[in-house]
Design a protein around this ligand. Structure first.
Ligand code: IZC
Ligand code: ZN
Length: 421
């Protein structure tokens, strides 16, 4: 077989070889390390993964591209499975309020926060939103991210803006090397006009928006900001069940700030992932383990909110909940695209081992997006999404924090990013 791309001389090749499902407990430590590894790619797929040299039945020609990894590290492309990628404006104006002690939910309650991004997103044109999101996507790619999830939620009752966001996500998915998976999150905040009649807004989401999003194929998932003062447990349940009825897979912002039973609801509904979970109860964690709901944890957000509270990742892993990790990139509670920094935070704050962090950011992230059959590991038949890192091993990435270690990103079998050398 003629191959198109070979990556050779890999000192530490982390394949994440294993079952195509979320990895739990000690499986999260099994990263399928090959020393002196080699990978061969044809078209957009991985065709060989092994040690040393390519076997004879794989042929390189003058057209074959060769990346000499020169004794460095290769990992699967990172999956950022929770972001608010497409939005207008920014919220650095909230920083001074934060420094004086204003809390995230207080700023929201006062009409700022999400509402200020709603205004900016409504006022932005399609191409302005596209250019702003593309800039972020380029940064994500440079950090080794090859698949990203993108939520709507900055149009709210202005459904045209919700659609505009999802169409930007779809166009980026077509145009940009990074794959963009779209989530409908109309239930992100109660619009000010509906403050006294939230039921009217919820009915609009259920009866008008969800059927339209589904029939136009604008999203794969439906998400709700289930939080004290935002959407209650009962309201979230109703919205997510309406989504399920129309084929939108359920996800939740659950127990991010106040413990209101979000984890329990995620288990009851059978959410693909419950995200944040900073205040999740013991019972909620046990129920999630039982139902196989992935805990998608966002340590960058806890850092940025400075609440001093963090998701109990160790307990989740011990109880058998599969953990994934994401940036939560958004203009309010986590303005960073840096997945490598998030991985360092996860290890240092949650006490996850580097191996667990790598599993959480690749195959378990893929499972959070129901893409575990196609991406998340370096195995024959999977999409050729890989990152060459400038380090002798993965542990070094966690340790040398806050910078970008990427040398090359291979996406769909092509070099999509290369660092200056
Ligand atoms: O714009 O504040 N948490 N939604 C829920 C967000 C953060 C995004 C934002
Ligand atoms: Zn979020």
């Amino acid at each position: 077989m003629k191959v198109d791309l070979v990556i050779k001389n890999i000192k530490s090749l982390y394949t994440l070889k294993g079952p195509n499902r979320p990895r739990i407990k000690d499986e999260m430590k099994e990263v399928g390390l090959i020393e002196n590894g080699i990978v061969a790619i044809k078209n957009d797929k991985i065709v060989y993964v092994g040690e040393g040299e390519l076997p004879e039945d794989f042929e390189t020609t003058k057209d074959t591209k060769v990346i000499d990894a020169k004794g460095k590290t290769v990992i699967p492309g990172l999956v950022d499975s929770h972001t608010h990628l497409v939005h207008g404006g920014s919220r650095e104006n909230e920083l001074s309020m934060k420094l004086k002690g204003a809390k995230y939910l207080e700023i929201l309650e006062a009409g700022g926060g999400i509402h200020s991004t709603v205004k900016a997103t409504r006022n932005a044109s399609f191409s302005e939103l596209y250019e702003q999101a593309k800039k972020s996507l380029n940064i994500m790619l440079s950090f080794g991210v090859t698949t990203v999830e993108a939520k709507s939620g900055y149009g709210l009752d202005d459904f045209d803006t919700e659609v505009k966001q999802m169409e930007v996500a779809r166009k980026l998915n077509e145009d940009h090397p990074v794959d963009v998976v779209s989530t409908f999150m109309g239930a992100h905040a109660i619009p000010p006009e509906f403050k006294d009649k939230p039921r009217r807004f919820i009915d609009m989401i259920i009866n008008e928006m969800i059927p339209e999003v589904a029939s136009r194929g604008l999203a794969k998932f439906c998400d709700v900001f289930c939080e004290k003062g935002v959407f209650s447990i009962e309201e979230s349940k109703e919205i997510l069940e309406a989504g399920i009825k129309y084929g939108l897979l359920p996800k939740m912002h659950a127990d991010e700030i106040e413990p209101i039973g979000g984890a329990e609801l995620a288990a009851e509904i059978g959410c693909i992932s419950a995200d944040h979970l900073v205040a999740a109860s013991d019972k909620g964690i046990e129920m999630m383990a039982e139902k196989g709901v992935i805990a998608n944890l966002l340590p960058g957000t806890s850092f940025y909110l400075q609440s001093g509270k963090h998701a109990r990742a160790r307990q989740m892993i011990e109880k058998g909940v599969a953990v994934s990790l994401s940036t939560d990139y958004n203009p309010g509670s986590c303005p960073t695209e840096n997945m490598q920094l998030v991985m360092s935070f996860a290890s240092l704050i949650y006490k996850m081992t580097p191996e667990e962090v790598l599993t959480a950011s690749t195959i378990n992230g893929a499972a959070s997006l129901k893409l575990e059959e196609e991406i998340g590991s370096i195995e024959k038949g999977k999409k050729a999404d890989l990152v060459v890192l400038d380090s002798p091993n993965f542990e070094y990435i966690i340790y040398h924090f806050g910078i970008n270690h990427t040398l090359y990103v291979v996406k769909n079998g092509k070099i999509a990013y290369q660092a200056f050398s």
